[in-house]
Design a protein around this ligand. Structure first.
Ligand code: GDP
Length: 198
């Protein structure tokens, strides 16, 4: 289904299951470590600046943000994980929120797992991949900050991540950059295909 990604509006932030959106429209859900570049990629996909908040205080965004795209789907932005300074209580809160999101929501048509292209996945990233695999959540990996790689490193980087992610059921790995738009057309095409149930 063709989606006009430029037609986006913020709907609401939710901190508890009671206010999750469950209206049956498909949701594309974005997950990743704090600072991985998740907000920047969302902004780039939507052709906007400062829409999803870039550079929000790490560990302080413990809410799920919903954006309506073209009235057809939601972009659902999960709070970033893996910020070293959060307390155990905050960590548990994150776990509870994410668990209740996936338990409640059967309309996730695709999850975009953001991973930093320059670093091996962290222990938290691997835990997230395991979670997605265990719960059979369909996902693709978007490698962020691809503009920081040399051209000559790109193919090997993508291959490396394909090897890491494949055992978890990852459907595709896309090298992206919010800086120069690398991979964003490919990612948009994957989102549209997932809505069509492909
Ligand atoms: P989030 O915490 O995952 O939402 O990450 P942000 O989108 O706030 O980005 C974290 C930092 O990385 C910010 O300083 C961004 O400017 C920077 N950043 C994000 N995406 C890119 C990118 O594609 N290229 C480069 N060079 N920097 C990026």
């Amino acid at each position: 289904m063709a989606i006009n990604f430029n037609k986006a509006e913020f709907v609401l932030s939710s901190v508890k299951a009671e206010t999750f959106i469950r209206d049956g429209k498909p949701q594309v859900t974005f997950a990743g470590r704090s600072n991985v570049g998740k907000s920047s990629v969302i902004n780039r996909l939507l052709g906007r600046k400062n829409f999803a908040r870039v550079g929000a205080t790490p560990g302080k965004t413990s809410q799920i943000n919903y954006f309506s795209i073209d009235g057809k789907i939601y972009f659902t932005d999960l709070p970033g994980y893996g910020y070293a300074k959060v307390s155990n209580v905050e960590r548990e809160r994150w776990d509870d929120l994410i668990n209740s999101y996936f338990e409640a929501d059967r309309s996730v048509c695709l999850l975009v797992q953001l991973l930093d292209s320059r670093h091996a996945p962290s222990a938290d990233d691997l835990q997230m991949l395991e979670y997605l695999h265990y719960h059979r959540i369909p996902f693709v990996a978007a490698l962020t900050k691809g503009d920081k790689l040399k051209k000559s490193e790109m193919a090997a980087c993508k291959e490396e991540f394909e090897k890491i992610c494949a055992p978890y059921g990852c459907r595709a790995v896309v090298l992206t950059s919010a800086e120069n738009g690398l991979g964003c057309d490919e990612l948009r095409a994957l989102l549209e295909a997932s809505m069509a149930g492909e």
